[in-house]
Design a protein around this ligand. Structure first.
Ligand code: SF4
Length: 314
């Protein structure tokens, strides 16, 4: 009878052999890896199939084998993941408990309707919001990278808190250097496409507008600096200041505050399919709330539809 170790091993070998690499080179690498594993199995005594899995580094993240956490007496990975998730949830609850008379710049740049649901504490499973617990580590690493750069480079100002009394918007600028607002962003090398991400530019733009109109600065450039997370490359982009575009974003501030005081969900301004894909408010609330002039990204038609007015024929 086949032992469970042998079964798991043959499963792994089946999986590897059934991979269909598109490139001939990948195919050769995969075959070589399978061969190495087989040779190792016959020569060495395998204590655990886990050790075998760890050796094969090309298992994609969506394969269940990837998620098999290696056992360790000294460090329980699953427990650490739960601790990170708990910390993220705690931080979320803490922010929710504050009185927030000002709209944050981050709220202006994402889906306005979603920001409304968050502010109004519409009930969702917060744990699901932080399913990806590694966000905790990513944030921590990002903070340290900020500290290192801000501490070393001769910026004119760093971590400057700014408030727009006119638009009721608040934010914190990473750095200012002469006439440039500088946004520091750490990014995964696989996600970096050799161009700046529009939302990062828009963030700097909003800061620049507030600095120019309410703090007597003359910002003419937004510099978005990408620090690739392997920490071996930094790529800055200089993008010109656009007052009209900044003004458009800032006007969402009073719009959101108005929606909050009227207790009426605003249109899904600034929403995109990526945000909707992971939005916990989608089915329970967003789909049921009416829209006025901006449709939801996933709405199929251009028709304005109020589902509350739908008539069901029995
Ligand atoms: S589902 Fe999309 S449009 Fe609706 S609130 Fe969420 S992000 Fe906004």
């Amino acid at each position: 009878m086949m032992s469970s170790l042998t079964k798991e091993y043959s499963g792994l070998v089946d999986y590897l052999e059934n991979q269909r690499p598109t490139k001939q080179k990948d195919k050769r690498v995969a075959t070589k890896n399978v061969k190495n594993i087989i040779e190792d199995c016959t020569v060495d005594q395998i204590d655990s199939i886990t050790a075998l899995k760890k050796r094969y580094k090309d298992i994609p993240v969506d394969n269940p084998l990837y998620h098999d956490t290696p056992f360790s007496k000294g460090f329980d990975v699953s427990r650490f993941e739960s601790l990170m998730r708990m910390k993220l949830v705690d931080e979320h609850k803490k922010i929710q408990s504050y009185e927030r008379p000002f709209i944050s710049v981050t709220e202006l740049l994402g889906c306005l309707r979603r920001a409304y649901y968050v502010r109004m504490k519409f009930p969702v499973d917060i744990n699901k919001m932080y399913n990806f617990s590694y966000l905790y580590l990513i944030n921590k690493v990002g903070d340290r990278i900020h500290d290192a750069i801000q501490g070393l480079y001769d910026f004119t100002d760093t971590e400057k808190t700014i408030v727009s009394e006119k638009f009721k918007v608040k934010g914190r600028v990473d750095a200012i250097k002469d006439n440039c607002v500088v946004e520091l962003k750490s990014i995964d090398d696989k996600k970096f496409k050799n161009q700046y991400i529009k939302a990062h530019y828009h963030q700097g733009l909003v800061y620049a507008y507030i600095l120019n109109t309410e703090y007597e600065y003359s910002i003419d450039t937004i510099t978005v600096v990408y620090i690739i997370r392997h920490l071996k490359k930094i790529i800055p982009f200089d993008i010109p200041y656009d007052q009209a575009l900044a003004n458009k974003f800032l006007n969402y501030g009073p719009q959101l505050l108005l929606a909050i005081s009227a207790k009426k969900a605003p249109d899904p301004i600034n929403a995109d399919n990526e945000q909707c894909k992971y939005c916990l408010y989608k089915n329970e609330f967003c789909m049921k709330d009416p829209i006025e002039s901006v449709k939801r990204p996933f709405d199929k038609t251009n028709k304005k539809k109020d589902p509350r007015k739908s008539v069901f024929l029995m």
